[in-house]
Design a protein. Structure first.
Lengths: 272, 480
């Protein structure tokens, strides 16, 4: 943890006037507007490397909006405007010089509903490496696909039918397929937007297990509606309410000893 | 005239039946509509339907079959002078009688002597038959209306389930309309098949489908030499195919790329302007495209090719230059290109719908992988939309095959088996038009060949449409 903090400080010290916060990803004064409507209000949040940060809060509180800031997916929404600074390894990703296309290769994303492309399982995973030119030949590509599927815990189930369409898998398998697709481009950060909300409990358990495995290599940020899931998979938690971060800290702290009464109300199920 | 008065009366009667039914059932419930099984309006509608429907059905049947029945009765007791006539002249005789009564077109035959007497007799008979039948039908309709209303009246009580019964009537109405649509189609196909059958008895089907010469002679007199022509349809189908190919070469890429631009790149403002504009293009009548092709594009292309020809003359490509110098206004290329322009909005608006149906989550998924917008389109959106786009293109092909006006005006009329886009060609539909316009006798192979062409064209476009719809359907199932 301290080592990373030093890295981040070292990387960011030259580029930013503001003191760089200790995190792989660090948001400072981030606000988002959809047209005239403001959806996020001056969010400050650190998301450390090799940890899972859970974003919790009632529907419409802005947690997904915030998540989509981290890989600049909000750029694709007409009328959306992001202000503030989000540093990835100390570099402000909202800077004009940053190409969102290259950024998204470093920050992978898993969506609420599994969205495999209408291609074979192999081609789904090979998609990213192909467009970014990560493989020099077919064997390398096949190696990347295999190792990604293995890391996503899907290899055993699909090894004998890599040419089957990705849509032929079950919902839980599809979600692990898109996780494999995301990690095939070796991202540094993985964003997950309620990855289990469309899945049954068994598939959910598998995804949670997978998230726990992946934690050792990536900075993971997960939006979840389930307090139990946040408590199970995350080390850090941020509670969003009405477009602002009410409270953020170690997951144990938040769940056992929340400082804010609204956090307390939410995690004990009094609203939301 | 009488029938319109009858219909008006029927309408007024059923309207009053409606109000009466409403009031009656409300009264029976003591004014409290809560006690009724169905709303008072349904009771009114039920009564009105029973008053109107049987009478309307009777009137419809009479207007369809009345004339035949009248003629049947009229022919009942033929005078000896008429019996003596040959069958076809008898038909003319009765036609003239009926036409004199109803004010239709009369042949120029002069009836004199015994025949003249028979004509006047039959005329009076026809008039009285018409009068009696009409009166009988009107009285019957009136009786039916009253009988229907009287029969339905006692049922109108508070607990009577008028609502589902009215529902059934409405269902029957919709069913009736769909039956009319289906029967009309079946009728058209049957007549096509029947007339084609007659044609294929004169011209062997093999010769028709594979013959290389299309030259239906115009026989002015029956005894004229060469009164039968050559009926090989291959040049026509080649012409059709050539023009379709040219049209699709224009329409497919332009329409498709326009659709991609509109659905993936254009901002809301551009979209709001361009989409309606494209739809206006789709609303231009084909005849306007036709004279655009004949008067603007044709001379333009001709000038272009003639200029090139003039440049080439005297050089190593002298003969090509001479050929280009002689290119005319009318050619397959002009008709095809303009037809392609006509098809652009068709292709683009269909493809636009299909591309928009590709779920946004796929685009998001691809963009989140670090793909650019064009990579997302070529690698994810288009593969997903491809089956639907293929279906749209096939629909455009069948429209191109069926298009007539532009080709009539811009491609010439010569049936040539050629794939040279600078030649004048003709298509199946254009030939059908030329065969059937003007004064034609309807039993010569020349006119009948139009039905043969029509049937072949129908089968071709039907197959194309089936394939296209299948593809579109399979695509739809994927994302529902």
């Amino acid at each position: 943890m301290t080592a990373q903090r030093d890295d981040a400080l070292a990387a960011g010290s030259g580029t930013s006037a503001r003191p760089v916060a200790p995190g792989k990803v660090s948001a400072q004064q981030v606000s988002v507007f959809y047209g005239d409507k403001q959806a996020l209000f001056d969010v400050d949040l650190d998301m450390p490397d090799r940890m899972v940060t859970a974003l919790i809060g009632p529907s419409g509180c802005g947690k997904s909006t915030f998540l989509r800031c981290i890989n600049r997916m909000n750029d694709t929404i007409p009328g959306a405007r992001v202000v503030g600074q989000i540093n990835l390894d100390g570099e402000n990703i909202n800077d004009r010089s940053v190409d969102p296309v290259l950024l998204r290769a470093r920050v992978g994303m898993v969506f609420q509903k599994p969205n495999p492309f209408p291609k074979s399982i192999f081609e789904n995973v090979a998609y990213g490496p192909r467009i970014h030119g990560f493989a020099d030949n077919k064997t390398e590509l096949a190696d990347i696909v295999e190792s990604s599927l293995k890391r996503a815990g899907l290899w055993k189930e699909v090894a004998d039918r890599l040419q089957a369409p990705g849509t032929s898998l079950s919902g839980g398998q599809q979600q692990r397929l898109v996780i494999a697709r995301a990690i095939a481009v070796s991202p540094e950060v993985i964003l997950m937007d309620e990855p289990c909300s469309a899945l049954d409990p068994i598939a959910t358990a598998k995804i949670e297990e997978l998230i726990d495995d992946l934690r050792s290599q990536y900075c993971i940020v997960i939006v979840t509606h389930s307090m139990a899931q946040a408590a199970r998979v995350s080390q850090r938690t941020a509670f969003f309410h009405m477009g602002a971060v009410v409270e953020a800290g170690a997951t144990d702290e938040i769940f056992t000893n929340p400082r804010d009464s609204r956090t307390q109300d939410y995690i004990t199920g009094r609203f939301g | 005239m009488l029938i319109w008065i009858a219909l008006l009366g029927l309408f007024l009667f059923s309207v009053s039946a409606y109000t009466a039914g409403r009031r009656q059932v409300l009264k029976s419930a003591g004014g409290r509509s809560r006690l009724l099984h169905s709303l008072p309006g349904y009771h009114g509608a039920y009564l009105a339907l029973w008053a109107a429907a049987p009478a309307v059905i009777l009137l419809l049947l009479v207007s369809l079959l009345g004339a035949q029945v009248e003629e049947l009765i009229l022919r009942g007791q033929p005078p000896p002078a008429v019996v003596a006539l040959p069958a076809s002249t008898q038909d003319v005789f009765y036609n003239d009688v009926v036409a004199t009564v109803t004010g239709g077109q009369v042949s120029q035959t002069v009836y004199d002597g015994a025949l003249g007497q028979a004509f006047t007799d039959k005329l009076t008979q026809a008039k009285s038959i018409h009068l009696y039948l009409t009166t009988a039908v009107l009285v019957a309709a009136l009786l039916l209306a009253v009988a229907g209303a009287v029969m339905a009246w006692p049922r109108l009580r508070a607990d009577f389930a008028a609502r589902p019964r009215v529902e059934r009537w409405i269902g029957a109405l919709f069913f009736g309309c769909s039956v009319v649509a289906v029967l009309t189609t079946v009728g058209i196909v049957a007549s096509l098949v029947w007339e084609s059958w007659r044609f294929f008895q004169v011209v062997p089907i093999f010769e028709f489908l594979f013959g290389l010469t299309w030259d239906p002679q115009i026989a002015i007199r029956a005894d004229q030499v060469a009164s039968s022509g050559a009926f090989g349809a291959v040049p026509l189908f080649m012409g059709t195919f050539l023009i379709m190919l040219i049209a699709m070469t224009v329409a497919a890429p332009v329409g498709l790329f326009a659709a991609i631009y509109l659905s993936e790149y254009a901002g809301p403002t551009v979209r709001a302007v361009v989409k309606p504009l494209l739809e206006i293009l789709a609303g231009i009548p084909t005849v306007v495209y036709g004279f655009f092709a004949a008067l603007t594009v044709g001379p333009l292309f001709r000038g272009f090719f003639n200029n090139i020809g003039a440049q080439l003359m005297g050089g190593p490509f002298d003969s090509l230059g001479l050929y280009l110098l002689q290119v005319q206004n009318q050619m397959a290329l002009v008709a095809g290109a303009v037809m392609g322009i006509m098809l652009i909005p068709f292709v683009s608006s269909l493809s636009d719908d299909i591309i928009n149906a590709v779920p946004q989550s796929l685009r998001d998924g691809s963009l989140a992988m670090g793909a650019t917008r064009s990579e997302t389109i070529t690698r994810v959106v288009m593969p997903a939309a491809l089956p639907g786009v293929m279906g749209a293109l096939l629909l455009a092909v069948s429209r191109a095959i069926g298009e007539t006006m532009i080709v009539t005006m811009a491609a010439g009329l010569q049936a040539r088996a050629t794939f040279n886009p600078l030649d004048t060609v003709t298509t199946v539909t254009v030939q059908i038009v030329t065969l059937l316009t003007g004064d034609q006798e309807f039993d010569s192979p020349k006119t009948l060949s139009a039905f043969g062409l029509g049937l072949t064209l129908f089968v071709m476009t039907l197959l194309l449409n089936i394939v296209a719809l299948r593809i579109v359907q399979r695509y739809r199932e994927q994302y529902d």
